[in-house]
Design a binder for this molecule. Structure first.
Ligand code: PSU
Ligand code: MN
Length: 307
C-alpha cells in the first residue's frame, strides 16, 4: 500500500518532526490555524500559536499545526511559517468545500475544525486540539447557518478536544444536531456541556468520561464495533479563566444584533462575533480563549499518548 504522502503527490507535506514522530508511533496532536488567522487579533494570535505548540511538547507530544501554504497542505509548520501565516492579510478560511479550491489556485489558507480533521486524517494523526467547535447559529431556522464542523464528525475519524460549543451559538440546537447525526459528545470530568468561555452551558452533557485512558478505549471500542467518524471531547475552561454566562449573554445579544444590521453572513459570522465579544469584554474573552486552548492542548496530548 502506498503512503498517503505518495498518493497525494506533493499536495500533502508533513514536516520532518511530525513525520518522524508518526513513524515512531509517538503521540502527535494536530492544531488548527483558523484560530490564528480569523479567531484572534495580532499579536496574541502568533503568541498563542507558539504557546499551544510548546504546551503540547511539554505534555510529551509533537504538535502539528495545519494550514495550506505554497500550494500544499502543510502538516506541521516551522516557527517562520507560523509567523508568515499569522501576518498574512489575505488568507482564506478553508472548510471541507474549500480545500481543493485553495490548492488549485495556489492560495494560502487556514483550516477550520472540519478541514483540519480532514488533513489530520490524511496524515495519520488521531487527536486534534482547538478552542470551540462550530455549530448551529442562533436564528438558524431563518439563516440555515450550521457549521460544516458538525457534519465532518461523520466522516473523519479524529478525537477533537474543544471547550464545548461557542456561546454565540444556539447550543441546544447544536446538541440536537449532534444527537441526530449520532456524534458522541464526551464531556471531560463534568456532567455539564461547556460553553467555551463558561464551564456550563446550562445543559447536561450527553456523555461523560473522566480519564484520557477511557477516551482512548472509547475510540478503540468504536472501531471494534465498526463505527467510523469522529468524537467530540468537551473540556471545560479552567475555573480561574471562565467568564460568567450572565456577564456574556447581553454582550452576545448585542454582537448578534450588530452582525445582522451589518449584513454579515457565511464564513464571516464567527470571526465577526469573536472580534466584537473581544471588544465588548475589553479583551477578557481573549484571555479566556487562550486559557482554554492551552488547557485543551494538554488533554489532547494525554489522549494521544493513550492511543
Ligand atoms: N475556536 C476558537 N476560535 C476560532 C475557531 C475555533 O477558539 O476561531 C474557528 C474554528 O476554526 C471553527 C470555526 O471551525 O471557528 C467555525 O467557523 P464557522 O462557524 O464559520 O463554521
Ligand atoms: Mn456558517
Amino acid at each position: 500500500m502506498s503512503t498517503p504522502k505518495q498518493t497525494l503527490s506533493g499536495l500533502l507535506k508533513i514536516s520532518r518532526p511530525v513525520a518522524t514522530a508518526l513513524a515512531a508511533g509517538q503521540p502527535v496532536v494536530a492544531l488548527e490555524s483558523t484560530i490564528i488567522t480569523h479567531g484572534m487579533p495580532w499579536p496574541q494570535n502568533l503568541e498563542t500559536a507558539h504557546a499551544v505548540e510548546q504546551t503540547v511538547m511539554d505534555a510529551g507530544a509533537v504538535p502539528a499545526t495545519i494550514a495550506v501554504l505554497d500550494g500544499a497542505i502543510r502538516i506541521g509548520l516551522s516557527a517562520e511559517e507560523l509567523d508568515r501565516l499569522a501576518h498574512l492579510k489575505q488568507v482564506r478560511k478553508l472548510s471541507r468545500a474549500d480545500l481543493a479550491h485553495a490548492l488549485v489556485l495556489g492560495e494560502a489558507g487556514s483550516t477550520t475544525v472540519a478541514a483540519t480533521m480532514i488533513c489530520a486524517q490524511l496524515a495519520g494523526i488521531q487527536v486534534f486540539a482547538t478552542g470551540g467547535l462550530g455549530g448551529v447559529h442562533r436564528g438558524a431556522t431563518e439563516s440555515m447557518d450550521i457549521s460544516a464542523d458538525l457534519g465532518e464528525f461523520q466522516k473523519s475519524e479524529i478525537v477533537v478536544v474543544c471547550a464545548g460549543a461557542k456561546a454565540i451559538l444556539d447550543i441546544p440546537k447544536t446538541l440536537e444536531v449532534l444527537e441526530t447525526l449520532g456524534i458522541p459528545v464526551l464531556s471531560y470530568g463534568t456532567d455539564r456541556f461547556p460553553a467555551f468561555w463558561s464551564r456550563d452551558s446550562g445543559l447536561a452533557s450527553p456523555l461523560r468520561l473522566d480519564h484520557p485512558q477511557q477516551i482512548a478505549d472509547f475510540m478503540r471500542i468504536r472501531k471494534q464495533l465498526g463505527q467510523s467518524g469522529g468524537v467530540i471531547v468537551a473540556n471545560p475552561v479552567p475555573e480561574a479563566a471562565e467568564i460568567d454566562k450572565q456577564i456574556l449573554e447581553p454582550l452576545i445579544s448585542r454582537a448578534l444584533k450588530e452582525a445582522r444590521a451589518a449584513g454579515i453572513g457565511g464564513k464571516a459570522v464567527t470571526p465577526f462575533l469573536l472580534q466584537r465579544i473581544f471588544e465588548l469584554t475589553e479583551g477578557r474573552s481573549l484571555e479566556t480563549n487562550i486559557a482554554l486552548v492551552l488547557n485543551n492542548a494538554v488533554l489532547a496530548a494525554r489522549i494521544a499518548a493513550e492511543l
